[in-house]
Design a protein around this ligand. Structure first.
Ligand code: PLP
Length: 406
């Protein structure tokens, strides 16, 4: 009889959004006539930008002709997309990234989850609390998190508490860590790091020989000047950081699936004999073995959003969601909530008004207002007493939800 990976048995029973879904379904079954407004999930409501759909159709037609048909593509992604990313996301910001430092994937969830493959199970991992659950869960599955306690905290993880007192900016770790997950603009708090704040992290990583795993899935929502779009805007980051990007929230690719990871060739870690190893080479090896590339038609769609027309269509989408975020911030403040985020991010992080626990307030909003939010405690124990609202809904639903709170 084969043995299982025991770490999977340590995992808490359900993934946050599964639990939310179950509670919503139970309420719907009991109250079929109620109109529920969902402000919980990070899925988008708008369709794909037209340029992306046109590119998919064109690429699909190519598949009818033996002369233009594409079979297996490069595991790392097609050069046309890697060049578009290099030129638009990096060169245009004065950052020098080579195409072989860019790895196209089916999204940032896979990449942030799979990156652990190339790191030792002995590494000490730091995560912010609250955090996108994938960082914690995938490290737990890999055996890097230790044991979970009654509060949902893992014994071997180093938690960096983010709260109203520190403006949701994580403190530097007080003990030596090897891998640090940072996500800015942040899911779930909507907080951002300024250039100076991110530079502190990069300097810390350089001094302490740690690696920063920087998730920039919400980069497109940045509106303020002093907020870096890429960690590679910071001097020295190319030696200590890996960056994850996604087309999901930028361009509506949640169902279409495309993202990418940047691993500069200067980023190194050590083998057991103390030799330097390029993480770029290890990831290339990992991807070549376990991944067969993102669909050609999807990569063409991603390329299309970098055209002038594509950029305008993406901007319209983002502007729409930002307007929703403004409505939510205003609506919540008007009825007395203390709110954070929503300026450089599609998420608004709100304190429950009378110190209610997150799940209790979730139930109250579902049952009394028929609004679904995400309980902050689902992102970590520091999220207790908070809820997260998403700006990815329809405008009329967002407006109605805010009116229901009055
Ligand atoms: N990273 C963060 C912080 C997210 O919030 C999400 C999705 O909600 C992802 C990554 C996953 O993105 P993708 O759709 O590219 O897998």
């Amino acid at each position: 009889m084969p043995k299982i990976n025991e770490n999977f048995l340590k995992m808490p029973a359900s993934y946050l959004f599964t639990e939310v879904g179950q509670r919503v379904n139970a309420f719907k079954t009991a109250n079929p006539d109620k109109k529920i407004i969902r402000m919980d999930i990070g899925d988008i409501k708008f369709p794909l930008p037209a340029v992306a759909v046109e590119a998919i159709k064109k690429a699909a037609d190519e598949q009818l002709d033996a002369a233009t048909f594409r079979g297996y593509g490069p595991e790392q992604g097609y050069e046309f997309l890697r060049e578009a990313i290099r030129d638009n996301d990096f060169r245009a910001r004065g950052i020098d990234i080579a195409t072989d430092e860019i790895f196209i994937s089916d999204g940032a969830k896979s990449d942030t989850g799979n990156i652990g493959d190339i790191f030792s199970a002995d590494n000490r991992v730091a995560v912010t609390d609250p955090a996108y659950p994938v960082y914690v869960d995938t490290n737990a599955m890999a055996g890097r998190a230790g044991e979970i306690n009654a509060n949902g905290r893992w014994s071997k993880l180093t938690y960096l508490p983010c709260n109203a007192e520190n403006g949701f900016i994580p403190p530097l770790p007080s003990i030596k860590v090897d891998m640090i997950y940072l996500c800015y603009p942040n899911n779930p708090t909507g907080a951002t790091l300024t250039r100076a704040q991110l530079a502190e992290w990069v300097n810390y990583a350089r001094k302490s020989s740690s690696i920063i795993l920087f998730d920039a899935a919400y980069e497109a929502f940045i509106s303020e000047e002093d907020v870096p779009h890429s960690i590679f805007e910071i001097d020295g980051a190319k030696e200590v950081a890996i960056e994850f990007r996604s087309f999901s929230k930028t361009a509506g690719f949640t169902g279409t699936r495309c993202g990418y990871t940047v691993i500069p060739k200067q980023v190194i870690a050590r083998d057991e004999y103390g030799n330097n190893v390029l993480l770029n080479s290890l990831w290339n090896r990992r991807q070549s073995t376990k991944f067969n590339g993102t669909a050609y038609v999807v990569q063409r769609a991603a390329e299309a959003i970098y055209s002038p027309e594509g950029k305008q269509q993406v901007k319209n989408l983002i502007d729409f969601y930002k307007e929703n975020a403004k409505l939510i911030r205003y609506g919540l403040k008007r009825v007395g909530f203390t709110v954070f985020g929503g300026i450089n991010a599609p998420y608004i992080w709100a304190k429950t008004p009378n110190g209610e626990r997150s799940w209790d307030f979730f139930d109250y909003l579902l049952e009394e207002k028929n609004i679904v939010v995400t309980p902050g405690s689902g992102f970590g124990s520091c999220g207790e007493g908070y809820i997260r609202l998403s700006a990815f809904g329809k405008k009329e639903d967002t407006n109605e939800a805010m009116l229901r709170l009055v």
